[in-house]
Design a protein around this ligand. Structure first.
Ligand SMILES: Nc1ncnc2c1ncn2[C@@H]1O[C@H](COP(=O)(O)OP(=O)(O)OP(=O)(O)O)[C@@H](O)[C@H]1O
Length: 314
């Protein structure tokens, strides 16, 4: 388990991270979200021992990063935001070098480098100098470096940043496969990625945790969760509008004048699981022809904005 215990960091008297605590269990992929400057990278650098905290600590598989840094780091793989790679080395040379630093020797050194290249789809560029690689491939080399020693704990700072959609897909699949056995903390700005990869998400703003829940539960906090958007084949009558207004807040969308359709958005005063059935019943009774109904599942980006801008305003 990764245990983050009341970690704080001050830079020149300003709190970048403010008493953050959370845990990540093996078999869990925890999404770490927050706006620019929220403190994600600073937290990750403290967990991995690259930055001393002002207070608090992190414990990796029982090893305190401050008191047992070598043992704690041996259990960790870290992909930093900057993904540093020595430019003049080939991919294989770089990974052999990193294997040696990780304590591999003899055949094990080559085996570790080759396995990591294989898992990160790098074999075809093994002999290419790093400075000739595209950004996506450099990111993969850095990823390979972080998993050389097959660590049980992975800290990934924006692992798909700058990758093309195909590469993003591949890296996500790699993370998903590794997440079955490892504890993974992953920071990202891509909310779709969180929905696809992370059963749990932590949102931070101005160095503090403002949410810790599943993406689904977070979406439920969207005021639009369960709201319905209806398309009618003709404009609604005043009687229909009155009945719908009794159910919730009704907004009529302005559509191009050459269409006979009408579109209404109805938000319940509070979530009701049978809201769409109630609306369908009212339309049927009123003789309105309902051609389409869309039920909102809420949006993570709405919640992200609500939680992180509230904090800024405070
Ligand atoms: N070495 C440093 N010296 C001074 N201030 C720093 C240093 N590193 C980070 N900060 C400040 O700490 C705050 C948090 O930065 P951090 O990089 O952790 O944010 P982040 O959430 O990772 O942002 P982003 O999403 O843009 O990567 C910011 O205000 C940043 O300017």
């Amino acid at each position: 388990m990764i245990e983050v215990k009341s970690l704080s960091k001050d830079f020149n008297g300003k709190k970048a991270v403010d008493a953050i605590s959370f845990t990540v269990e093996k078999g869990e992929i925890l999404g770490f979200l927050g706006p620019n400057g929220a403190g994600k990278s600073t937290t990750m650098r403290m967990i991995t021992g690259y930055l001393p905290p002002s207070s608090g600590t992190a414990v990796i598989d029982g090893c305190d990063i401050l008191h047992h840094p070598i043992e704690a780091r041996a259990r960790l793989g870290y992909l930093s935001e900057t993904a540093p790679v020595y430019p003049e080395m080939t991919v294989r040379e770089f990974l052999l070098f990193c294997s040696e630093v990780r304590g591999f020797s003899g055949k094990n050194r080559g085996r570790a480098a080759d396995t990591a290249m294989d898992r990160c789809f790098l074999t075809s560029v093994a002999n290419q100098p790093a400075h000739t690689l595209s950004k996506g491939y450099r990111q993969r080399v850095s990823f390979a470096q972080s998993i050389l020693h097959d660590p049980a704990y992975l800290i990934l700072d924006e692992p798909t940043d700058g990758l093309d959609p195909n590469q993003k897909h591949e890296v996500r699949q790699m993370i998903q496969a590794m997440g079955e056995a490892k504890a993974i903390l992953i920071s990202t700005h891509i909310l779709d990625e969180v929905e696809a990869l992370c059963p749990r998400a932590l949102i931070i703003a101005e160095g503090r945790i403002v949410a810790d829940d599943s993406p689904e539960n977070l979406r439920r906090q969207d005021p639009d969760y369960g709201a319905c958007t209806l398309t009618l084949s003709s404009p609604p009558t005043a009687a229909l509008l009155e009945k719908l207004r009794a159910l919730g807040e009704v907004k009529q969308e302005t559509l191009p004048t050459d269409t006979a359709f009408a579109r209404l958005h109805i938000r319940p005063r509070q979530y009701q699981p049978d809201f769409s059935s109630q609306i369908e019943g009212i339309c049927r009774q009123s003789g309105a022809c309902l051609t389409e109904i869309f039920i909102s599942q809420g949006r993570l980006d709405t919640i992200f904005r609500m939680l992180t801008t509230q904090q800024n305003a405070a």
